[in-house]
Design a protein around this ligand. Structure first.
Ligand code: DGY
Length: 323
């Protein structure tokens, strides 16, 4: 009997792939860089499953190039804005993602960014490293307290709630906004207050974004929203870059309309909007939210479990329906 073929579009940690190799021929694209759309289509030809990344665009043309035997697109990420779900549904191809396993790691990075920008960690490191530090000084690189200040969470799903748990350990006040409030028991157990979007913008000292990228959330934070924030407030983004209008953010930071920003994601990764990298009041990370050994292993395990289910003609445990 011929073994199914699985394309892995960029190498992942080896351990999760072992189970897959027992039942399928696994082809791993050798390049460290994302494949071009054309290469992706060529490599997908005739495969039964694709383990893809947020850097791959999955659309009707790719599905057609793969052929009717394709059973599943397993996205190695929780966010799936890179996938045309409607086209997959039309082609009868399952789509899965990796929810749950990366919430803690991503909240860690959001919290790290909040502390790094709020306590001027990167500026301090630079001062020491360049030899420009002349010793302790009473007004040197003053940041702000965290305890008693307000963290605003936009999108309070698994990652937003993990962020809330960290912040309450630091004595912060918590408010959040999303389309529908959480269950009152969840709000109570985490000390979260549901507020309108407008109140969230105006009242928070740190605004952390944890919403998915959709047509509704694209450029949700733009010129007007940045103007509504306190001039002492910080913006943290570990969700998806295009939730922020990056040109508007650069302008707001240059004009000190807000105090600073901590960003792990960008509008057109890896390109940065001109002016962003020159600013002192930003901390910039290269999309590291889920980048721990343990988390990336669990993401691989989940992606493989979904592929194995689909190859066995069973509904994948993390099936995305888009409803
Ligand atoms: C996700 O899972 O969506 C992350 O951005 C990947 O690290």
């Amino acid at each position: 009997m011929t073994r199914p073929r699985v394309l892995v579009t960029r190498a992942i940690l080896e351990a999760p792939l072992r189970r897959l190799r027992e039942v399928a021929d696994v082809c791993i694209a050798s390049s460290e860089e994302p494949l071009s759309a054309e290469e992706l289509r060529r490599k997908a030809d005739g495969v039964d499953a694709i383990l893809c990344h947020l850097t791959d665009r999955v659309d009707g043309a790719l599905l057609e190039a793969a052929g009717p035997q394709l059973k599943i697109i397993a996205n190695y990420a929780v966010g799936y804005n890179n996938i045309d779900l409607a086209a997959c549904r039309k082609a009868g191809v399952w789509v899965s993602n990796t929810p749950g396993v990366l919430s803690e790691a991503t909240a860690d990075i959001a919290f790290t960014l909040m502390m790094a920008i709020g306590r001027r960690v990167v500026e301090g490191d630079r001062l020491v490293r360049t030899g420009e530090w002349t010793g302790w000084a009473p007004k040197q690189l003053l940041g702000g307290d965290f305890h008693g200040r307000t963290l605003g969470i936009l999108g309070c799903g698994r990652i937003g709630q993990a962020m809330a748990r960290r912040a309450s350990g630091f004595g912060m006040r918590l408010m959040y906004h999303q389309p529908r409030p959480l269950d009152p028991e969840v709000e109570e157990s985490l000390g979260l207050n549901f507020v309108s979007f407008d109140v969230l913008l105006r009242k928070t000292d740190f605004l952390s974004l944890h919403c998915p990228l959709t047509e509704e959330t694209r450029h949700l934070i733009g010129t007007e929203e940045l103007k509504a924030m306190k001039p002492t407030a910080y913006l943290i983004n570990t969700s998806r870059g295009p939730v922020i209008d990056e040109a508007a953010l650069v302008q707001a930071l240059q004009e000190k309309e807000i105090a600073g920003a901590g960003l792990d994601v960008f509008e057109e990764e890896p390109r940065l909007t001109p002016g962003l990298a020159e600013l002192d009041n930003v901390v910039l990370l290269p999309h590291l939210g889920s980048a721990t050994q343990e988390t990336r292993t669990r993401m691989g395990d989940l992606a493989v479990a979904n592929i194995l289910a689909a190859l066995d003609e069973k509904t994948p445990p993390n099936e995305l329906t888009g409803n």
